[in-house]
Design a protein around this ligand. Structure first.
Ligand SMILES: *Cc1c(COP(=O)(O)O)cnc(C)c1O
Length: 234
């Protein structure tokens, strides 16, 4: 077996394991496993790794950096139904690199970014699904809106119909294990509950390789998993 075939087989096997872990966590919580979307975080991994995952049935991919996302989108334009999620911080002067072409922008964290996105969307009468990124732990200098800023940001998004609010996203502080993230996942779910979100605004993007099972138990509808699928990043 050639090297690339072996790597592709490894990706397919790890994907199957991650999907099974998600399904088991959903069942433990009395949730429908189909209510959880796995976003395969492919940052730093090349187009071939993404092709291998796609061949194993994976459609949703997450990237952190605008240039890398734009380059991979171009390299993989032949794959039908592939959906890109922007999960990294987006600078206002980079919105052209993700709009159009991104399925879900998970990192809206300020009214000024919403305004820049809206201006870009107006140029081609586009629409964009977005999540509000919340700094659940209130860490200084971390990306994301502070919990007490979220209601105003939600209102700002609703005032711009080209931007469609779909829910909330969070990256908790690093902890030794997934269990340590549980209070932050719970905090995000409770914040969503207090916001009075419409049924189509209730996505919760939370959980990474070390914590996605816990996140599913706490109500995640999107989990962002990189290392557990593609292996360690260089
Ligand atoms: C890199 C990244 C992930 C995936 O992290 P892993 O630990 O490799 O699963 C998820 N979410 C965000 C925002 C990331 O930057």
């Amino acid at each position: 077996m050639g090297d690339s075939t072996g790597q592709a087989g490894g990706t397919a096997k790890r994907l199957a394991e991650v999907r099974e872990t998600i399904a088991a966590a959903a069942r433990r919580a009395g949730r429908d496993p189909a209510a959880v979307t796995l976003v395969a975080v492919s940052k730093t991994h090349g187009p071939e790794a993404i092709r291998a995952a796609f061949a194993a049935g994976q459609l949703d991919f997450g990237e952190n950096y605008t240039q890398e996302l734009a380059a991979k989108r171009a390299a993989l334009a032949d794959l039908p139904g592939l959906r890109w999620h922007m999960i990294g911080h987006l600078q206002r002067n980079k919105v052209k690199l993700v709009v159009p072409g991104v399925h879900l922008l998970q990192t809206v964290d300020s009214p000024r970014l919403a305004e820049a996105l809206d201006r870009r969307l107006a140029e081609h009468d586009g629409r964009l699904d977005v999540l509000v990124q919340v700094d659940v732990a209130g860490e200084e200098q971390k990306a994301g809106a502070a919990p007490d800023e979220v209601p105003a940001l939600v209102d700002a998004l609703r005032a711009r119909p080209r931007l469609r609010l779909r829910g909330l996203m969070a990256i908790p502080p690093w902890t030794l294990d997934g269990e340590g993230s549980r209070p932050y996942f719970r905090a995000l779910r409770e914040l969503a509950g207090r916001l009075g979100l419409a049924p189509d605004e209730r996505e919760l993007s939370m959980g990474m390789s070390d914590s996605y099972a816990v996140a599913v138990e706490e109500g995640a509808t999107l989990v962002r998993v990189g290392t557990a699928i593609f292996g360690p990043r260089a």
